[in-house]
Write a protein that binds this ligand. Structure first.
Ligand SMILES: NC(=O)c1ccc[n+]([C@@H]2O[C@H](COP(=O)([O-])OP(=O)(O)OC[C@H]3O[C@@H](n4cnc5c(N)ncnc54)[C@H](O)[C@@H]3O)[C@@H](O)[C@H]2O)c1
Length: 270
């Protein structure tokens, strides 16, 4: 599918860790659609090395940045504008990590140092990214920022732990900053609420297989893949969605609005 939807557009893609990452697929699709961009991730993730392969195939430069560090973000935006030759048209925020979830701390026995880290990495990093971009005047008019989220921000999935709180904050920042940046410069900001997806972050959540399979059975279209999430993200970066902002957009095969499916009924007896 190559339609030059992003021809001439410049951007930054956060969060491609390995070929399973949603950001990895987004980078590949953006490249196919004619965009130029830089890739970024936390220095510790870059040491794993896989991103070099992606960078070579997309002709993209890799600029390390810990998304919780404003200094790193300033460097990232400044260098990206230098490398790409001007202001940016899109940013993908595809970042999530909870030390509490990683260490299987139940929601009623959280480590609060970890909780701060979860919020900083998974939610405040979006605010820091946007504030840095605004201060450096790094975004073109009508540019588009997409952050990835999960429905646990709105409905309880017990093992998602403090990531659920982080996703609620992330979605709220999308609205709060979306208003400000829309007024100032017509920059639009949205979250895409994606189906469970088999990635490093996804499968790190306890019981992932159970809610992956449950969501697949409940959703009329089945779970949305990382590849289809990349297609949707490309559309959100394109000029075809210029008036969409401050939204939480479900990309989940219909899961969010389905109460019961025939398949789930059959599994539990009728
Ligand atoms: N996989 C799922 O089931 C699923 C569902 C809905 C939403 N999401 C969201 O999609 C996004 C991408 O996750 P993924 O599933 O592709 O997994 P992933 O593990 O491939 O990506 C998470 C990324 O966050 C990066 N990251 C962590 N700490 C960072 C920091 N301090 N600075 C910069 N980057 C940092 C990691 O290095 C990694 O590249 C996350 O926001 C995640 O919550 C995932």
């Amino acid at each position: 599918m190559k339609n030059n939807l992003l021809k001439g557009k410049k951007g930054i893609i956060f969060g491609a860790l390995d070929p399973n990452s949603i950001a990895w697929k987004v980078a590949q699709r953006c490249y196919e659609e004619g965009a130029v961009f830089t890739l970024t991730n936390a220095p510790v993730a870059l040491r794993l090395g896989a991103i070099k392969e992606l960078a070579a195939s997309c002709k993209a430069e890799v600029i390390p940045a810990d998304a919780t560090s404003v200094a790193d973000l300033e460097n990232l935006f400044t260098k990206s504008m230098e490398v790409l030759g001007g202001k940016l048209d899109f940013v993908l925020h595809s970042i999530g990590m909870s030390p509490n979830v990683r260490k299987s701390r139940p929601y009623t026995d959280l480590d609060y140092e970890y909780f701060h880290k979860t919020l900083d990495i998974s939610a405040l990093s979006l605010h820091k990214t946007l504030q840095t971009a605004m201060k450096l005047d790094a975004m073109n008019e009508w540019s588009s920022v997409v952050a990835l989220t999960y429905i646990a921000s709105q409905r309880v999935f017990p093992d998602y732990g403090d990531m659920a709180d982080a996703k609620s904050v992330l979605e709220s920042i999308t609205r709060g900053f979306g208003y400000q940046y829309g007024k100032l410069k017509k920059v639009r900001i949205n979250t895409i609420s994606q189906s469970p997806t088999k990635t490093t972050a996804g499968t790190g959540v306890k019981g992932f297989d159970a809610f992956y399979n449950y969501a697949d059975l409940l959703s009329p279209l089945g779970n949305a893949s990382a590849e289809s999430c990349a297609d949707y993200t490309v559309m959100m970066f394109s000029d075809y969605t210029r008036m969409v902002t401050m939204q939480n957009l479900f990309h989940d095969g219909g899961f969010s609005f389905t109460g019961m499916s025939k398949e789930v009924m059959e599994k539990f007896g009728s």
